[in-house]
Design a protein around this ligand. Structure first.
Ligand SMILES: [Zn+2]
Length: 101
């Protein structure tokens, strides 16, 4: 019986960590892991990274962070303020050749 409880908790924690790393609701996935065990792991692992609206990719490390974050929680680098929906990793670095003289 104990092995069943331990395995269920392991599935729940792992599903929660996977969901957290993808910017998803970790508490909800923890509950899913408790209820459906290994199936929650599979679904959490196959679900896409939440990118729309509230999350962006860190320009320094590429991990998913909140739009409102000022410091990346993964690498600790400062996150420049960006308009909603902007993806810092794809910002253009092209400068105007022959700018103001
Ligand atoms: Zn980062």
């Amino acid at each position: 019986m104990y092995i069943y409880i331990l395995a269920t908790l392991a599935f729940a924690v792992t599903a929660s960590l996977i969901a957290y790393s993808k910017g998803r609701n970790s508490l909800g996935w923890f509950v899913c892991g408790l209820l459906i065990g290994p199936f929650a792991l599979v679904v959490a692992a196959l679900s896409p990274v939440a990118r729309g609206g509230q999350f962006i990719s860190c320009a320094a490390c590429g991990e998913v962070i909140r739009v409102t974050a000022t410091v990346c929680r993964h690498c600790g680098s400062a996150v420049p303020a960006a308009p909603p929906g902007a993806v810092p990793a794809e910002r253009t670095t092209a400068e105007q050749p022959g700018g103001p003289a």
